[in-house]
Write a protein that binds this ligand. Structure first.
Ligand code: 8YV
Length: 340
């Protein structure tokens, strides 16, 4: 034993050293496959991140990006040899894409594999909100049923749904809404000729037309507070607002005021501006259903996202094109390279 342990350990550490080094910014659903292929540096486990960057920053060639950390120019400067940032999730607003592309870094995300899961959850949240499912369950568990029936609720029947952002998830939500017999309209930057749903180029006009608004658009600077007081007021006192995209797209104070003053009927939220902090004012309201950002959070879908992220890392670090580059990389390549 003693005779072989030394050489074995040396061989193992040589094998580890020959693996490409990656930075993992947050825990992944399944990390063993990453460890098998890469020397993984786990940022959340580092007692001192600056020290980690000083020691191995130059070795890191890929980033498995998750969690709340912002991946921006100051961070990338500490990791000068990164070739790929592979994001866990479809939304990548925490990555400074311009900074990454300017450095010749490939950026990938995990579209498609989560579309149906998020769309299913969206319909679940919509029905839970309109028919007050969480409250009804609480009523039963609290033993109140023998005293009389649960109060009648609002209805989904006859509603007009307006989808904000008809991307992959928006389309999957639209299909489900149509199957539920609901009229569907959408708001986005441009009309989509292959879609038969009614198009609005003005969000306020769509809010006026609809009595359900569902947000499925990306977060980031371009969509900050796109749902504001004016939009909510157009939605009106029977209106339902559902958000499964990002907390940043809605003026949270305006939403809280609209719910409190019953200027809209109810809201169903899966996302918040400062997750995992949820404003206490929302917690105090009973006309809102609150979920802890679980849109894509099934075991099967997280496994598929994990696998796609891994395949993106492997492809890019193996000299192959990325599997799912972000749309800003139109031809699957970074736009420009800044020579050192
Ligand atoms: C993920 C999401 O669960 O894909 C996204 O952008 O918001 C979710 O589906 C989340 O990013 C993982 O933390």
């Amino acid at each position: 034993m003693g005779l072989t342990a030394g050489p074995d350990r040396a061989a193992a550490s040589r094998a580890e050293a020959s693996k490409p080094a990656i930075l993992m910014t947050a825990p992944m659903p399944s990390e063993a496959p990453f460890d098998a292929k890469f020397a993984v540096h786990r940022l959340w486990q580092a007692a001192d991140a600056a020290k980690l960057f000083d020691t191995v920053g130059g070795d890191i060639v890929g980033i498995a990006a998750g969690g709340r950390i912002r991946i921006d120019e100051p961070l990338l400067r500490r990791l000068p040899n990164v070739k790929v940032i592979a994001n866990f999730g479809v939304g990548y607003e925490r990555i400074d894409v311009d900074a990454a592309l300017a450095r010749g870094i490939t950026v990938t995300n995990t579209p498609d594999v989560l579309t149906d899961e998020v769309a299913d959850l969206t319909l679940g949240l919509l029905i839970a909100t309109v028919r007050e499912i969480p409250r009804a369950e609480r009523f039963l568990r609290d033993g109140l049923w023998p005293n009389g029936r649960f109060p009648l609720t609002a209805s989904l029947r006859g509603r007009k749904v307006g989808i904000i952002g008809l991307g992959r998830i928006g389309k999957a939500v639209a299909v489900r809404c149509a199957a539920f017999g609901l009229a569907v309209a959408y708001f986005g930057r441009k009309v989509q000729a292959d879609q038969s749903y009614r198009y609005f180029d003005d969000l306020k006009a769509m809010a006026e037309h609809c009595d359900v608004l569902i947000a499925t658009l990306p977060g980031g600077d371009a969509t900050q507070n796109i749902v504001d007081r004016a939009v909510l007021d157009r939605l009106g006192p029977q209106g339902i607002f559902i958000n499964v995209s990002r907390g940043s797209i809605v003026d949270e104070a305006a939403l809280i005021a609209a719910l409190r003053e019953k200027r809209i009927l109810a809201a169903g939220l899966d996302v918040y501006r400062n997750e995992p902090a949820v404003p206490p004012e929302l917690l105090a309201l009973d006309n809102v259903v609150l979920l802890p950002h679980v849109g894509s959070g099934s075991r099967a879908t997280f496994a598929a996202m994990n696998d796609l992220l891994l395949r993106n890392l492997e492809a890019c670090l193996g000299g192959l094109p990325p599997v799912t580059p972000i749309p800003e990389m139109a031809d699957g390549r970074p736009r420009r390279r800044v020579e050192p």
